[in-house]
Each structure stands twice: as C-alpha cells, then as structure tokens.
Write a protein that binds this ligand. Sequence first.
Ligand code: 1CP
Length: 354
Amino acid sequence: MSGTVAVAPPFLAACRREPVERTPVWMLRQAGRYLPEYRALRERHDFLTLMRTPELATEVTLQPLRRFPLDAAILFADILTPIEGWDLGLSFAPGPLLERPIRSAADVARLPRVAAEESVPYLFETVRALAAELPETTPLIGFGGAPFTLFCYLVEGKGSKSFARAKAFLWSEPEAAHRLLDRLADLTIDYLGAQARAGARALMLFDSWAGLLGPEDYARFARPAVAKILAALGDFGVPRIYFPHQGATLLGEVATLPLEVVAVDWRLPLSKVRAILGPGIAVQGNLDPAALFAPAAELERAIDRVLDEAGPGPGHVFNLGHGVEPTTDPDQVARMVERVHRESERSAQRGGSR
Ligand code: 1CP
C-alpha cells in the first residue's frame, strides 16, 4: 500500500500473543486514590458523582496516562455499576453498600430486566468520549465484575473477608443462586457488549472473590456464568481478559474458558501459570503491589523477576497482581513503568521476542 504499516497497539498485540518490541504495562486501579490529582477532585465530588459525570470520569481515566507512559487506559467505573438499574439502594462508603441485599428466591425473581444503555447511559457517554480522546496506541479497557464476585456483594450487602453469608446462600438455595448468577451473566453480556460498541477495545472481567471457592464449587457455581459471558463476547472481536483473583488452584478450570488473556495475582510465578494455561493464552500480571513500597533496587529486582518468569515468548502484559495501594508513591509507579519498558526492550533486542 502507501508505505504505512498498520501496527497494532502493543497492549492489543500482546493480548493476541503477537510479538512486541517491549512488554506493554498498565496497572490495576491505575485511576484513583494514590494520585494527588484524583484526591483533589474527590474532595469536591463524591465517588458516584465522579463516575456518573462523563467529563469527570473521562478526566479521572486520563490522569494516570498524563503521568506515566502506560499502554492502556481503564474506564473509571466500579464493578457494581451495572446493577444500578436493579434498585437495591447502592452506595459507596468507600466500598459498595446495598440497602436491600438479595436474600431469597423471591428477591431474585423481583429483579427487573433493564438494558444497560437505559440504566447507566452516562457510562457509554464516557466510553465514547474516551475512545475519541485517547491516542490509537493506548486502547481503552472496558470492564465488569464476574457474576460470582457481584453475587458476593449482592447477597452479603457489603464487603467482607469471607463472604460467609453469600457462600451459605449458594448451598442453601442452589437454584436461586444459579438463577441469580445467570441473571448477572445476562446483565454483564449486555453491559460489556455496549461498552465494546461504544469504543472499548478490550474487555476485562474482575473475579475478585473467585479464590474464596475451591475448584469444585468454582466449577459448579462460578465458572458456568463466566463461560456464558466470555462466549457471548467473542462476537465483538476484542481481547477478553479474565482475572480470577487468588485463583491459583482454579487455573485448570480457567484454562478451558473462551478467552485471550488470564490476569493473575503474584501467588504463582508466571512460568507455572503458563504451564497450566498452555501456549494459546496470554498472561497479565503479576507484580505484588506491595513491591512498590520496596527500596528502588528491590523493586527493580522484583520487576525483572516477573519479566523473566513470563519467558521470552509473546503474550505477556505486565501488571500488578492486584490493585495499586492508595498510599503508593507515584514516583515508584513511574520507576516501574520505565523499568518494564527498558528491560523488556533490551531482552527483545537480545533475541527473545516479547
Ligand atoms: O472513595 C473513593 O474514591 C472510591 C474508591 C473506589 C474507586 C476509585 C471504589 C469503591 N471503586 C473505584 C473504582 C474502580 N473499582 C475501578 C476503576 C479505577 C481503576 O481501575 O483505575 C475498578 C476497575 C474497580 C473495580 C472493583 N471495585 C473491584 C475489582 C478489583 C479489585 O480490586 O479486586 C472490586 C472488588 C470493587 C469493589 C469496590 N469498590 C470500591 C471499593 C473500595 C471496593 C473494594 C472494597 C470492598 O470490597 O469493600
């Protein structure tokens, strides 16, 4: 053609296991409280106002990208956002709180069917604004919560360490639990599909509480709804990323899901993750966010170890193994991003592609 070569943004190329010149990097919860400019906005507006106002949500999404040469942006929203249309009295303090949690089969039966474009129209306005504003090389990641993780909040009504009440509901009301998980799958298909149509170029499902389940209960309750969502989202042709937090023992079940990328925490080295997932799946991760509190030399060693563990082949997106802590020093984040790019570029030039 005319001499211009269409090169996929490094983040999308790595998701598709295509070679890249250097490993792309972004950070779980990269828009948020560790940034003074976020805290300044947050002093003037509560979290829901930030999220529901497209100009503000766009600004917060872009804040980390102005500071660091990150390879992807993530929409500023929450995993509970799509249930706004279910009228459960959702608020944030700062974690999710529900005035009317789901406690029975009748509660599940009462949930209305509302299209995401009607219940949270502001969100798609934000996605369209970001898609127009972001450079071609920095794709926007749309996201949602995986059904079991949303189920945990909907039944418990708030955050919890063990989500014992939500887990008890699985076993005491298995039919209602399956119905709720399936409703959440349908809700999420609609919600993430609409994000893709509005301009999100990758879609990520956060299963933050997957690790509360052993493999058998994961296979019985959590996995079917995830599989339904991922299969439906295949039609959109964008990379599908699934994050089963604390899910090292679940990776055998995860390996057969229809997806492009599995995001993992730091509890299992990436070489072992890859051995379980096989060569057809890209990995995203997995620096311990606490490493950002280590002295510079230790932080750099930890980063190099993640790059080494990922191996020389393509299909690695560098990330943290969980969200960045609110007390993290932004200078340490700058050091991390620079180190990932520089070291991976060096090793790619030495011969191993990334
Ligand atoms: O007070 C504030 O400023 C609000 C804090 C906050 C923020 C910044 C909440 C409440 N949510 C968010 C945004 C958010 N949440 C994003 C977009 C920002 C980004 O990533 O850059 C994302 C991706 C999430 C996802 C999210 N919310 C998850 C999955 C990821 C994870 O950390 O495991 C979960 C579990 C939630 C629930 C939630 N929402 C907010 C908090 C503090 C929590 C977790 C704590 C709890 O369970 O109580």
